[in-house]
Design a protein around this ligand. Structure first.
Ligand code: G6P
Length: 369
C-alpha cells in the first residue's frame, strides 16, 4: 500500500497532488489552444442535440453534484442554455417534468451511485438524451448513457473526492466552451482567451499546491473548533459548498457552505469570535460584494480565512489569514480556489487524528439508495 501511495502519507494527499496531471490529461486531445482545436469525441455525435436543447438537467450526488453546480454557471454563462442541477435522489422521486428535447447529464466519479443511475434511467424512460461524465471506465452509469466523456483522473481511492472533482469541472468547462462556440453565444476572442487560460491551469494548480505548508499552519490554529462557515459567490459558491463538504467528511467538524450574500438571512447569527469563516474572495465580478461580506463577518468578530487573488491589496488588511492563488479567468477559478480548501480539510483531519482515507460512516461509492 505504501508503494501505491507513492511516498504520500495518505491517498487523499497523493490525489490532491495529482491534479495538475489529471487536469492536463483531460485536456489532452480535446483542446490545443494554438491550433484552435477544441473537440470532445463524446459530444460530437450529439452536438446538434446539445446546440438545440431547451434545457440541460444535471443529476448527481455529493461532490459530483457540486461539479454540476459549477457547470450550471458555466453552461448558462457561455452557452446560454438553461440548466437545472438536481440531487439524483430528489429528482427520481418527484415525478419530474422531462421530455425529448432535454439533455440530462449524469455526473459520477464511480459510475455506480444507485440514485444517479436510477435518475438517469427515469429520464431515459421519458425520452431525454442522457450524457454521462464518469471516471470509472465501463461503470454502470457509463454503460447506461447514450454518450459521454470520461474524466481520466485515474483511480481515486480516498473516500473524499478531490482529483475527480477538478477533472469533472475540467470536462464540463470544455463542454460549455464547445456548446457556446457552436451556438455562437461565446465569441471567438473570448473562446480563444479561455482556451489559453485553460492550458495554464495545470501550472497554476501546481502553484496552489505550494501553499501546502502555509495551509498546514492555518489548520493547526483551527483544528479544535466545532464549526466552520464557507462563503463564496458566483463561480465560487459551489466551491464553498465543496470546501465545507470536504471538512465535514474527513474531520467531522460541522461546516456549512453558503452563498456569501445569503449569510445575512441566517448564518450571520452564528458568527462570533469562535467561528472561523473561509471566504473565497478572488478578483471577479462579485469581488466588491464579497469584500463587504468580509466586513460583516469582521464586525461580528468572526475569524476570516480569505482565499484571494495574488497581489490583492485590500483583503489582507481585513482578514486574519490570507491565502493567495494565481489569477485566472472568472469561469476557471473553481479549478484553483478548491485546491486550498482540499488541503485545509486534509490537514485539519490529519491533525485531529482522523482516518483521512476512510472516514467513518462513508463509502467511496454508494450503491444502495
Ligand atoms: C459518496 C462519496 C462521495 C461522492 C458521492 C457521489 O458519497 O463518498 O465522495 O461525491 O458518493 O459519488 P459518485 O461516484 O457518484 O461521484
Amino acid at each position: 500500500e505504501s508503494i501505491e501511495k507513492g511516498g504520500f502519507e495518505h491517498f487523499m494527499l497523493k490525489e490532491i497532488y495529482e491534479q495538475p496531471r489529471s487536469i492536463l490529461d483531460n485536456m489532452r486531445g480535446r483542446m490545443v489552444a494554438e491550433k484552435d482545436h477544441l473537440m470532445m469525441g463524446g459530444i460530437r455525435e450529439f452536438e446538434n442535440k446539445f446546440v438545440n436543447a431547451d434545457r440541460i438537467i444535471i443529476v448527481a450526488c455529493g461532490t459530483s453534484w457540486h461539479a454540476g453546480l459549477v457547470a450550471e454557471y458555466l453552461i448558462e454563462d457561455l452557452a446560454r442554455i438553461p440548466v437545472e442541477v438536481e440531487y439524483a435522489s430528489e429528482f427520481r422521486y418527484r415525478n419530474p417534468i422531462v421530455n425529448e428535447r432535454d439533455i440530462v447529464i449524469a455526473i459520477s466519479q464511480s459510475g455506480e451511485t444507485a440514485d444517479t443511475l436510477a435518475a438517469l434511467e427515469l429520464a431515459k424512460s421519458k425520452g431525454a438524451t442522457i450524457f454521462g461524465i464518469c471516471n470509472v471506465v465501463g461503470s454502470s452509469i457509463a454503460r447506461a448513457t447514450d454518450a459521454g466523456a470520461y474524466t481520466h483522473a485515474g483511480p481515486e481511492i480516498g473516500v473524499a473526492s478531490t482529483k475527480a472533482f477538478t477533472a469533472q469541472v475540467t470536462v464540463l468547462t470544455l463542454i460549455a466552451m464547445i456548446i457556446g462556440s457552436k451556438r455562437g453565444t461565446l465569441e471567438n476572442s473570448k473562446l480563444r482567451q479561455l482556451m489559453v487560460e485553460m492550458e495554464n491551469i495545470p501550472a497554476k494548480v501546481e502553484e496552489c499546491l505550494k501553499l501546502d505548508a502555509q495551509i498546514q499552519q492555518i489548520a493547526a490554529v483551527f483544528k479544535d473548533v466545532t464549526n466552520f462557515l464557507y462563503l463564496g459567490r458566483g463561480y465560487n459558491f459551489p466551491v464553498a459548498l465543496e470546501g465545507a463538504l470536504k471538512l465535514k467528511e474527513i474531520s467531522y467538524i460541522h461546516a456549512e457552505g453558503y452563498p456569501a450574500a445569503e449569510m445575512k438571512h441566517g448564518p450571520i447569527a452564528l458568527i462570533d469570535a469562535q467561528m472561523p469563516v473561509v471566504v473565497i474572495a478572488t478578483k471577479d465580478s462579485s469581488y466588491e460584494k464579497v469584500v463587504s461580506n468580509i466586513q460583516e463577518v469582521r464586525a461580528r468578530k468572526g475569524q476570516v480565512i480569505a482565499i484571494v487573488t495574488q497581489g490583492d491589496q485590500v483583503i489582507p488588511s481585513m482578514a486574519d489569514y490570507v491565502i493567495e492563488i494565481p489569477e485566472t479567468s472568472e469561469q476557471l477559478v473553481p479549478l484553483l480556489s478548491v485546491i486550498p480548501l482540499q488541503l485545509l480539510s486534509y490537514h485539519i483531519a490529519v491533525l485531529r487524528g482522523c482516518n483521512v482515507d476512510q472516514p467513518r460512516n462513508l463509502a467511496k461509492s454508494v450503491t444502495v439508495e
